[in-house]
Design a protein around this ligand. Structure first.
Ligand code: GLA
Length: 389
């Protein structure tokens, strides 16, 4: 039987009605994120400092009690219906056209252990996929919040972030850390979130570049990444190997960097440790600068982070390097790649009165190299996940 088409205009609740023949019980929204600093530190039990974007994923949802989760999307033709009580989605080998549905179904399967049941979901996203802005975490978190509310699951937001991370690790097969789901669920407007990924404790750090005469540009380099690919997992395994050789629980515990570098024989592991240890210090220093109102100085931290990700952690890509170099030449104060790497986005901190010049210079640099033109997004620190209606 052909399903009624999902209308892509009008409200999401109206589209839900057209697609499923009944109104939703509610609509939930979860944002994507940009990480100011603290990259590849989360799975090393370290510190991160993300903020939530205004863009994200919305989910219109209705509870159901037949043990099924049914998912459709405004951005995809495929419809997926699966039992909530099933094996890890990754073991079922879903084909490409259904792969996006692994996130909501995976979340439902993890939340089931905490008392959640099924639901009918209609998804809508205005986040570019593969741009390193956590569209998958936004999808997980919007689904998790909807299922929690619909089924009365007792889980606060930090716990829900860990459950969404588990869904991505166990159900989707991507060994991510805790940053993206925490950012989506815990961030507040006007702030970045300082998160200690070991204790789970977080604090809100005011972040208002406009008040300091600055603009934070988010540049989607249009080089798409696919993090389920091996490089992310390899970096994580290298960090774990280095921690084991150094006799610490996680690289966050390395206090004597020079000593650690002297102990490790493998130059690759030395580079990884150098990045993680210095990046954790940069997060703490950045929090200090932001709290002191010394925002322009943050540019130097961005530059140091980018060089470390490029040369020590080796996760940057040509478009990201060219974006940062060009922005600096055009008068920006700093810039760096964000997210897991190998594609995605770059952030650039620039005096507001030079933002247009910096943007034009970046666009010209891409044109000179015959690359797909970059896209620029608004980077306003926004509210975390919430119920819309
Ligand atoms: C991806 C992962 C995060 C984090 C970043 C790198 O976004 O999902 O957990 O590890 O890469 O900082």
């Amino acid at each position: 039987m052909d399903l009624p088409a999902v209308p892509v205009t009008g409200s999401l609740a109206e589209s839900f009605g057209a697609a499923f023949g009944r109104p939703p019980d509610g609509v939930w929204h979860a944002p994507g994120r940009v990480n100011l600093i603290g990259e590849h530190t989360d799975y090393n039990d370290g510190f991160v400092l993300p903020f939530a974007l205004s863009r994200g994923v919305s989910v219109a949802a209705a509870r159901r009690d037949d043990g099924l989760i049914e998912v459709r999307s405004r951005q995809a033709a495929a419809a997926v219906t699966a039992p909530v009580d099933g094996p890890p989605v990754v073991s079922e080998g879903w084909p490409d056209e259904r792969s996006w549905a692994a996130y909501p179904v995976g979340v439902a399967r993890v939340l089931r252990e905490h008392g959640a049941g099924g639901a009918t979901l209609l998804i809508d996203s205005d986040l570019p996929q593969g741009a390193g802005l956590s569209s998958s975490a936004a999808l997980e978190c919007a689904t998790a919040l909807a299922l929690r509310d619909l089924h009365g699951v007792q889980a606060g937001r930090p716990a829900l972030a860990r459950l969404a991370q588990r869904a991505e690790n166990e159900q989707v097969g991507m060994p991510c850390g805790l940053m993206d789901q925490s950012a989506s669920l815990l961030c507040t407007a006007g702030h970045a979130l300082m998160l200690d990924c070991r204790s789970g404790l977080s604090s809100q750090v005011p972040f208002d570049p406009a008040a300091a005469g600055l603009t934070l540009l988010v540049v989607d380099t249009r080089a798409s990444h696919a993090l389920t690919g091996g490089e992310y997992g390899r970096r994580r395994a290298e960090c774990e190997e280095a921690a084991a050789l150094l006799g610490v629980a996680a690289l966050r515990d390395v206090e004597d960097l020079a000593g650690a570098l002297g102990t490790l024989r493998d130059p690759v592991l030395r580079r990884r440790v150098q990045h993680v240890v210095t990046e954790n210090h940069r997060v703490e220093a950045t929090v200090g600068l932001l709290r002191a109102g010394a925002l322009p100085e943050f540019g130097a931290m961005l530059n140091a982070s980018h060089l470390s990700l490029r040369d020590q952690f080796e996760v940057s890509w040509p478009e990201a390097d060219a974006t940062v170099d060009t922005a600096l030449l055009a008068g920006a104060r700093g810039g760096r790649m964000v997210g897991g790497g190998f594609g995605g986005s770059v952030i650039v901190l620039t005096p507001a009165d030079r933002a247009a010049k910096v943007r034009d210079a970046i666009t010209a640099a891409y044109a000179e190299r015959s690359w797909t033109p970059p896209e620029f997004l608004d980077a306003v620190p926004s509210q975390g996940a919430h119920r819309l209606s």
